[in-house]
Design a protein around this ligand. Structure first.
Ligand SMILES: [Zn+2]
Length: 173
């Protein structure tokens, strides 16, 4: 546990440093809601104080699930897909079966259930891990310009590029 004082309202805060999500640089003070830099926490620890708030990141809204940004082209309007915890099957929108992860497009080279992205909670860090695979698509899937092999599973990183059919997707953590 690290003890600090909020630089804005000066309340004492106790922070479990092992629970700070790796992908955040700033969080909000639970008392005054002002932003506090993680680097401030690490540099400005103070002696333990009786009047403290224990700050928990486990169910913090900073631990957001990533998105897929669909880049626009002649066949596809720009759109964003919010990933959900669990398995997300992504592909071309069907007129009869619409899902939250279907893409509005005229790109016929994109299958209806082209790729899968499994989102799993990383219990150690409180963030999420993203596993990408080709879902037996007709025209295969490019990951950072290389074909994904059948059965291959890729751990996505921020700004990775996925191409399904003629459509490019950017993963945003
Ligand atoms: Zn504060």
């Amino acid at each position: 546990m690290i003890s600090i004082r909020c630089p804005h309202c000066h309340i004492g805060l106790k922070i479990d440093e092992s629970k700070i999500p790796a992908n955040i640089q700033v969080f909000n003070c639970p008392k005054c809601k002002q932003p506090i830099q993680v680097s401030y926490v690490l540099k400005n620890r103070v002696a333990d104080d009786s009047e403290t708030v224990i700050l928990s990141f486990s169910d913090d809204k900073n631990a957001k699930i990533g998105k897929i940004h669909v880049l626009p082209n002649d066949l596809t309007p720009e759109q964003t897909i919010q990933l959900l915890e669990g398995v997300n099957i992504i592909g071309r929108k069907s007129p009869i079966q619409k899902t939250a992860t279907s893409i509005e497009t005229m790109d016929k080279l994109m299958s209806r259930t082209h790729i899968g992205i499994e989102v799993r909670k990383n219990t150690e860090k409180g963030d999420f891990i993203y596993y990408l695979y080709d879902n037996k698509s007709t025209n295969r899937t490019l990951y950072n310009n290389k074909y994904i092999e059948p059965g291959e599973v890729i751990t996505l990183k921020n700004n990775d590029e996925i191409q399904i059919g003629q459509t490019r997707l950017i993963f945003e953590e």
